[in-house]
Design a protein around this ligand. Structure first.
Ligand SMILES: Nc1ncnc2c1ncn2[C@@H]1O[C@H](COP(=O)(O)OP(=O)(O)OP(=O)(O)O)[C@@H](O)[C@H]1O
Length: 258
């Protein structure tokens, strides 16, 4: 049986705008992500996708409702959780190895052991030979590889990704999606992957969750029956993929129409 890794139960989240107006970002939001599941979230702009991730991290608690991670209410930052965001979270003043080693060192690992482990991860994400390069000497795709190594080296049990590949060109993006699935398949963290790209969501996920326009709640959930291991580029041409893409878009279209 698959246990729940993340549970959001009847959650809502209110913000106050700079003008003092109350904004309801999420309403009646319930979602369970199973252990080892890859869950993608799509939805119109402003529907509360990033807010949802913030609640799972504990940085942004819900106004009402409960958020649990591995059965326990979220209280503060959980070291089991890793993040990859759209913006690069690399330190510009550190070279590639030192960027990747930063997490383990912060968690108390001896610096030389951390650098050895980081060097191995740099190789695994295809950056052997670039260990001493600084972020400004790398392409956007290479910096994303550094970000993946930085995250995976900590062996997170939960991985939260907020449009991590949206700034990349189409080819690099496809490569990074394959890379991500390869890394994920080794340890099967529970992933919540936010994207605007329906095809990216289908290519990667076990389930795709469609949110309604703000205040966001779960509109529909699609099981993705594509076999694993997946070759992202090849999977896109299958009939199942195209049918799902059409269905999800028709669901989403009514939410994004003005
Ligand atoms: N700190 C904040 N203060 C005030 N309002 C906020 C805050 N954070 C988010 N909001 C509001 O909550 C709503 C949801 O925002 P959120 O960033 O979660 O949406 P999103 O679905 O991730 O959007 P996008 O797809 O454009 O990235 C928006 O109306 C936003 O303006």
């Amino acid at each position: 049986m698959n246990h729940a890794a993340i549970e959001l139960e009847n959650v809502s989240r209110k913000f106050v705008s700079p003008q003092g107006k109350s904004i309801l970002a999420l309403r009646d939001f319930s979602l369970t992500v199973r252990e080892g599941e890859f869950c993608a979230i799509v939805g119109p702009t402003g529907c509360g996708k990033s807010t949802t991730l913030g609640m799972i991290t504990g940085l942004n608690p819900p106004s009402t409702g409960t958020v649990r991670v591995f059965g326990k209410p979220v209280e503060g930052i959980d070291p089991n959780i890793g993040f990859v965001f759209q913006a690069d979270a690399v330190f510009p003043w550190r070279n590639v190895v030192d960027n990747v080693a930063a997490g383990p060192i912060f968690r108390g690992m001896d610096a030389s052991a951390a650098r050895d482990k980081a060097t191995e991860w740099v190789r695994r994400v295809g950056l052997a030979g670039f260990e001493r390069h600084y972020p400004h000497q790398l392409s956007g795709g290479m910096r994303k590889r550094v970000a993946l190594a930085q995250t995976f080296i900590n062996e997170p049990r939960i991985l939260l990704m907020d449009e991590p590949f949206s700034a990349l060109d189409v080819q690099t993006r496809a490569l990074m999606q394959d890379e991500l699935l390869g890394l994920w398949s080794e340890r099967k963290a529970s992933v919540v992957f936010v994207t605007h790209d329906i095809d990216e969501a289908i290519a990667l996920a076990d389930r795709v969750v469609v949110l309604s326009k703000g205040p966001g709640s779960v509109k529909s959930i699609y099981d993705i029956p594509l076999a694993r291991p997946r070759d992202v580029s090849a999977a896109r041409y299958s009939k199942d993929f195209i049918d799902l893409s059409r269905q999800i878009w028709s669901d989403l279209k009514s939410e994004v129409q003005i």
